[in-house]
Write a protein that binds this ligand. Structure first.
Ligand SMILES: Cc1cc2nc3c(=O)[nH]c(=O)nc-3n(C[C@H](O)[C@H](O)[C@H](O)COP(=O)(O)O)c2cc1C
Ligand SMILES: [Mn+2]
Length: 488
């Protein structure tokens, strides 16, 4: 498990894997950078690093596709895996189960170190100017230029007992003011409310271009009062290095590219959004959201701003939330002794559909239904489960991260009436595209669990290579594959 110390170390690894595309041709921050990032996702092309941006000082750079998928054989999840410290070929089940292990451990608090590189440049007072950074206008129809699409908002509770890391989008308003979506049910919203109750603004730090694991842990729905940084420390088996901010009493990951410090107003709001969202559609409205007032910006020389073009699958919001929500749910399932081998929030479903694989061979149809009820109680009541509207239970011959296998199992093992279990009035994320206005307002809707578990499931009846072809023939065919003339 290797913890990469900064984004530049990560870029060197991507480069060595053939997963980085440096772009020296001048590009426009206005729609062009977004379009290139989007097309790179669609082609599973290497992550674009923009070195030359119109109207922007030399040396300031933008990185897209930090968590994107790869077209290279065996490296599909390599950006997710290396960000989280695994070898580049690691599969989804292993990543999810290993992070679920970390959640169950005692947290490892961070270690404060000297500021290092990221304090190479410090802007305060009149020198603060967000416009000097290559902040992109990403989607046609966005409410503004979004400076935060892959950065971590760090806040502490007033009593300092809990540090929260989360990714929440943030839009520029002027050279020293920003606004961003702060849903009241998210931890950022809960902690902001604590400060408001004291009549004070919320000190924040926005960390852009942190070490690559940081955005992943910031997209993870842990229980209230649990600090993401401590779980990350438990995952790596060593504390995260953090440094003190300049103007607020907060600690941020060492080695970060850009850190914006200040306070989130307890009084003022400004219209925020819309923006292209993870479900794959443009948001419909702007809404009043709190103002982020800035007291300092610190950055490394030649800083790199990471950018996400949220939208249709598969992009970084989905790979980050898909992986980390799956781990959080897996930890819940294990805590309740549910017989799951793995679970995965399918990237291709824009993280709407959670697949849970079960290893118990159910004796009866009745037993599969009992498991479905149990899954409902555990999943939909958990914090991550609030954001998940659709679940499927399936036997563990299926890889839950493989949409092709899941589609086959769903189509052939799930009775359209008897195996679809609907649950009304469940707490839901309001951003789901198909919800009506009343459901969005109430944050409540119907959810479904598809029971694709087969009673007395006999794998030898599966007509495919792994289960039908006799083992000695499988072995012979694999051994001779190239002799037949196929490429390996
Ligand atoms: C790239 C990316 C962008 C995200 N943008 C937002 C956002 O704008 N608003 C939001 O509420 N959640 C957003 N999320 C999801 C949250 O980060 C996620 O729900 C996280 O668990 C929230 O942190 P919390 O559990 O500490 O509240 C985003 C996730 C990712 C990976
Ligand atoms: Mn949290």
């Amino acid at each position: 498990m290797k913890q990469l110390k900064d984004l530049r170390e990560y870029l060197a690894i991507l480069d060595s894997l053939g997963e980085l595309q440096e772009i020296d041709v001048e590009v426009d921050w206005n729609l062009e950078i977004g379009a290139i990032i989007r097309r790179a996702y669609d082609l599973r092309a290497p992550a674009p690093l923009f070195n030359n941006i119109k109207d922007i000082e030399d040396g300031f750079r933008v990185l897209g596709g930090s968590g994107g998928l790869s077209a290279q054989k065996g490296l599909r999840l390599s950006r997710i895996a290396t960000s989280l410290g695994f070898p580049p070929g690691t599969g989804a089940e292993e990543i999810v189960n290993s992070i679920a292990d970390a959640i169950a451990k005692e947290g490892t608090p961070p270690r404060v170190v000297d500021s290092g590189a990221y304090h190479e440049n410090i802007l305060t007072g009149d020198d603060i100017d967000l416009m000097q950074f290559p902040v992109p206008f990403i989607h046609r129809g966005d409410g503004g230029r979004y400076i935060n699409t892959w950065g971590t908002v760090v806040v502490d509770t007033p009593d300092k007992s809990w540090t929260n890391w989360s990714i929440n989008r943030i839009m520029l308003l002027s050279k020293d003011r920003m606004t961003g979506l702060i849903p009241p049910q998210q931890h950022l919203g809960i902690i902001h409310q604590m400060w408001k109750d004291k009549g004070e603004p919320t000190p924040f730090a926005l960390v852009l271009g942190a070490p690559p694991a940081v955005p992943f842990f910031s997209g993870m729905p842990l229980p209230k009062d649990i600090s993401e940084v401590n779980v990350m420390g438990a995952h790596f088996g060593e504390p995260a290095d953090v440094v003190k901010c300049k103007t607020v009493d907060l600690l941020v990951p060492a080695g970060s590219e850009i850190v914006i410090e200040g306070t989130i107003s307890n009084m003022e709001t400004e219209e925020e959004g819309p923006m292209g969202e993870f479900a794959g559609y443009m948001g419909e409205h702007d809404t009043p959201q709190p103002i982020y007032n800035i007291s300092a910006i610190t950055y490394r020389n030649n800083p790199i701003l990471p950018v996400v073009y949220a939208g249709v699958p598969v992009e970084d919001t989905q790979t980050c939330c898909g992986t980390m929500y799956s781990a959080a749910i897996m930890a819940e399932l294990r805590k309740h002794n549910f017989p799951a081998t793995a679970c995965f929030l399918l990237f291709e479903s824009a993280v709407h559909w959670l697949i849970v694989t079960v290893h118990r061979a159910c004796k009866s149809y009745q037993e599969t239904h009992e498991l479905t009820r149990e899954a409902k109680e555990i999943i939909f009541r958990s914090k991550p489960g609030v954001d998940i509207p659709k679940v499927m239970l399936v036997d563990d011959d299926i890889d839950p991260s493989d949409a092709e296998q899941v589609m086959w199992a769903f189509s052939t093992r799930c009775h359209p009436q008897k195996d679809a279990h609907y649950y009304d009035h469940q707490k839901t994320l309001p951003l789901l595209h198909y919800l009506n206005a009343a459901e969005k307002k109430d944050m409540s809707s119907t959810k479904v669990i598809f029971n694709a578990l087969l009673p007395e499931f006999d794998r030898s009846k599966i007509s495919g290579f792994k289960y039908n072809v006799p083992p000695e023939i499988q072995e012979k065919v694999l051994r001779n594959w190239e002799k037949y003339g196929f490429k390996s």
